[in-house]
Design a binder for this molecule. Structure first.
Ligand code: SF4
Ligand code: SF4
Length: 439
């Protein structure tokens, strides 16, 4: 405790206690990161049990202590104090260092995984527990990814969104789908000698799920589970996606289910204000995202034609296109740029400029959905908070000032524009399709 004076009266402040607690949490986190870094050496392979326990244990306990401290020290409400001045969140030196680290990690993960061998062996004990076999680079990646979503998800629930039930539930949903559907279920299935299928990703985002090779492999898998997976993939892509998007807009998937959006709205949240709001970026986004969509549809069709004609029409051409798609879109765009550039371009680069499923959801949302953001323009004070924190680069204020509903294909319905508005101008709603445009 320390004594501070307010209006000449001595008052006991708990500030110092929480500062110490915060620093303790950060110190434990740093120790955990230190153990993680030394695990990159051969020590990671030699003492995997101990180093896994120490690194993950310190990282988790340090993060939890920090979350408890900051949530008790600060009043409820979204605070972005100093965000434009911190090196990490305003494209300063720290953000460049982080971007280089992240992009290097993705390049090594995709093309030089042997350099991560000691880290992969580090997570062997966890891999044996979940899938009864040694880890590979994708298990390592899934572990890192899921821990990031879960820890930052707790930070969002107990600190940033602790005043806001909607965002707490939304964040819980993201954590649930990442941990259950994108981590536990696929790796448990793998351990049971079943196909490691991701039930929360659908074609064309998971572009090979409707390729003939995947479909044939799943249908031929004994036990009937493969048949269900093919049915699930096709049903979600062609029936559930249009119906759910009609009722709820893009948000049911991009802000509640998808792992890419999950990482963006947890670990990537400190960078959401870096999204480009210029009209040039809006134009570019329309070119790139629909090009990727066409690329993925054409590739899928060509591969099917090739499969049905037993390679008579296109020979190796369709397979080559599939490989090019996997390299350019699946690896470089979605991974290296999509996450590696978080600290420089914001957290939704992939969702905004590349994701072919987001393109389909966006077309349905724009023309056939009940979803819209309504604006009560008379209350708007033009502070610009909404535009600043829109992760998809939408100039929300422009619509609010004109009292126009926001019906944009790119809006992922995260709802943060409404949450940061000091005047309650914005509201995410599902209503009748005919009354969406109040121009
Ligand atoms: S307009 Fe609002 S709800 Fe839509 S993406 Fe931007 S911040 Fe999220
Ligand atoms: S945050 Fe609210 S008050 Fe500020 S510009 Fe946007 S709509 Fe207007």
């Amino acid at each position: 405790m320390e004594l501070v004076q307010i209006d000449g009266i001595n008052v006991q402040s708990q500030h110092r206690d929480f500062t110490i607690l915060k620093k303790s949490g950060l110190a434990l986190l740093a120790i955990g990161m230190f153990f993680l870094m030394i695990s990159l050496s051969t020590l990671g392979k030699m003492y995997s049990d101990v180093l896994l326990f120490l690194s993950v244990g310190f990282i988790i306990s340090g993060s939890l202590i920090y979350i408890v401290a900051i949530s008790r020290a600060e009043p409820a409400g979204i605070k972005n104090n100093g965000i434009m001045f911190r090196s990490l969140t305003s494209r300063g030196v720290v953000s460049w260092i982080l971007a280089v680290f992240l992009t290097s990690f993705y390049i090594i993960l995709y093309w030089f995984p042997h350099l991560l061998e000691n880290w992969i062996r580090l997570v062997d004990p966890l891999a044996y527990l979940i899938m009864r076999q040694p880890a590979d680079q994708w298990f390592l990646y899934g572990t890192f990814y899921t821990i990031s979503v879960l820890l930052m998800g707790l930070y969002m629930i107990f600190y940033k969104y602790r005043h806001n039930r909607y965002h707490q539930v939304r964040t819980l949903s993201i954590m649930f789908f990442q941990f259950g559907f994108a981590f536990l279920i696929p790796f448990v299935l793998k351990g049971l000698n079943q196909p490691d299928f991701y039930f929360s990703y659908f074609w064309p985002l998971k572009y090979d799920y409707l390729f003939p090779g995947t479909v044939d492999f799943l249908l031929a898998h004994p036990g009937g589970l493969g048949v269900f997976m093919v049915f699930w993939g096709a049903m979600m892509s062609f029936i559930a996606v249009p119906i759910l998007t009609y009722f709820f807009g893009k948000r049911w998937y991009c802000s509640w289910v998808c792992g890419c959006g999950g990482l963006a709205n947890t670990a990537g949240d400190p960078f959401r204000q870096l999204s480009d709001k210029s009209s040039g970026a809006w134009k570019l986004e329309r070119w790139t995202i629909y090009s990727v969509l066409i690329f993925s549809i054409v590739t899928t069709i060509l591969i099917w034609i090739n499969s049905i004609s037993a390679g008579q029409i296109f020979g190796q051409f369709s397979q080559t296109m599939s490989r090019i798609y996997g390299f350019l879109i699946g690896a470089i765009f979605a991974g290296v740029i999509g996450v590696g550039f978080y600290p420089l371009l914001g957290s939704r680069v992939w969702c905004r400029f590349g994701c072919p499923l987001a393109a389909i959801l966006g077309i349905i949302q724009r023309y056939f959905s009940r979803f819209r953001i309504t604006t009560n323009g008379s209350q708007c004070i033009s502070c610009g908070n909404c535009s600043t924190y829109c992760e998809m680069g939408i100039d929300v204020r422009w619509y609010a000032q004109r009292e126009q509903n926001i019906v944009r294909a790119s809006c992922v319905g995260c709802g943060v524009c409404a949450a940061v508005c000091p005047r309650g101008v914005l509201k995410l709603e599902n209503g009748s399709v005919g009354k969406r445009y109040n121009l």
